[in-house]
Design a protein around this ligand. Structure first.
Ligand code: CAA
Length: 383
């Protein structure tokens, strides 16, 4: 465990930061207010090789490591949490299951354009009756010989309806629980596959989020991902990695808010000196910096474990849980340091405070992260 980045990681950080400052930050408030997807920026992320950052070059990726991916999500989120999650959902949730479980044909057809950034990916797991209890999936895929017939729907799907390629989970064998769930690759544009309205969210408003609706969608047999009945495990394994992305997003949002607050604390004068030199504010800044350092170590070490192909479910859950919890605390403190000014629309810290909240909820609520962590500590309960 190195707990430290290399020169190459820091060069990548500088590259992504320069891009984020120039191409994303100037538009972040407008995109937040208008619920506007950063189409141009996402296209440029593809051109920079970031949309396939951890995938091998032979599949159109950049061939970099998981830590590089975490740094890229962190740096985008430092200026706009919405743009950060677009990359995270695309790389971790839309592309990774195809990389890890796809056939060579599936990888050539779907992973290559995803990794090149020519297509956007998404992940369809959550349903009205299957949120934290993902095993309660009700969408069905009935075997019809040469195809499956997909019926049902998904809610809260990040990157929908912008995404082109969806990894979707559906029941192929009813009444046997999680072992009856299978994964499929579904393309936008197929007959019977439509979208609900774009959600009007509290935060991460530059990212798009919509419902998926499946009405007798014919999914070719060759689009089954992995084996029949393997879907739940594919979903869980995918979320292990996805949680590193959300942890990085939370870390980046908190870092952005902290930097703004630090700068302001050096400038804003009250009682004859900058407020940063008043103990009430300096102690807050000290706590914020300490929490960020702890979170960064958890996130980067989880990324190192994934890269090393050793079990990392618990560590990614810890990273996601801790980074998102402190993101709420740090953004709250940042607004507090700005005082009334931080409560105004147009202030970065106001947007970051709203953006931080979702990181404690999606890709498994922080209560579910504790379930995952505790189950690793304790094993199965006695019968
Ligand atoms: N990797 C591989 N397999 C796993 C696994 C993992 N990490 N975790 C569990 N499994 C396997 C188990 O070994 C078990 O296998 P067997 O059938 O062979 O015994 C099987 O999966 C079922 O496991 P559990 O009994 O533990 O399953 P459960 O029904 O109790 O659920 C849970 C466990 C952790 C609560 C799970 O339902 C969960 O993670 N819920 C949260 C769902 C979630 O995170 N949703 C996020 C949606 S995506 C999103 O939010 C994206 C976005 O917007 C950006």
């Amino acid at each position: 465990m190195l707990f430290q980045t290399t020169e190459a990681h820091e060069a990548l950080r500088a590259k992504v930061r320069a891009f984020a400052e120039k191409e994303v930050k100037p538009h972040a408030f407008r995109m937040d207010q208008a619920n506007e997807f950063p189409t141009e920026a996402v296209k440029k992320l593809g051109e920079l090789g970031l949309m396939g950052i951890p995938y091998p070059t032979e599949y159109g990726g950049a061939g970099l490591d998981v830590l590089s991916y975490a740094i890229a999500v962190e740096e985008l989120s430092r200026v706009d949490g919405g743009t950060g999650v677009i990359l995270s959902a695309h790389v971790s949730l839309g592309s990774w299951p195809i990389f890890a479980f796809g056939t060579e044909e599936q990888k050539q057809k779907y992973l290559v354009p995803l990794a090149k950034g020519e297509k956007i990916g998404a992940f369809g797991l959550t349903e009205p009756n299957a949120g934290s209890d993902a095993g309660g999936t009700e969408t069905t895929a009935i075997d019809k010989g040469d195809h499956y017939l997909l019926n049902g729907g998904k809610i809260f799907i990040t990157n929908a309806p912008k995404a082109d390629i969806y990894v979707v989970f559906a029941v192929t064998t009813p009444d046997i629980g999680t072992r009856g769930i299978s994964a499929f690759i579904v393309e936008k544009g197929w007959e019977g596959f439509t979208f609900g309205d774009h959600y009007d969210k509290m935060g991460i408003r530059s990212s798009s989020t919509a419902e998926l609706i499946f009405n007798d969608v014919k999914v070719p047999k060759e689009n089954l991902l992995g084996k029949e009945g393997q879907g739940f495990k594919i979903a869980m394994a995918t979320l292990d990695g996805g949680r590193i992305g959300i942890a990085s997003q939370a870390l980046g949002i908190a870092q952005g808010a902290y930097e703004s607050a630090l700068e302001y604390a050096k400038e804003r004068v009250q009682f004859g000196k900058p407020i940063g030199f008043q103990q009430a504010i300096s102690f807050k800044l000290a706590d914020m910096a300490t929490k960020l350092r702890c979170a960064r170590m958890l996130v980067y070490s989880a990324a190192e474990l994934k890269e090393a192909h050793v079990p990392y479910s618990m560590e990614s859950a810890m990273a996601k849980m801790y980074a998102s919890d402190i993101a709420l605390e740090v953004t709250n403190d940042a607004v507090q340091i700005f005082g009334g000014t931080g409560f105004l629309k147009g202030m970065d810290v106001e947007r970051m405070y709203r953006d931080a909240k979702i990181t404690t909820i999606y890709e498994g609520t922080n209560e579910i992260q504790r379930v995952v962590i505790a189950s690793q500590l304790l094993g199965k309960p006695p019968k």
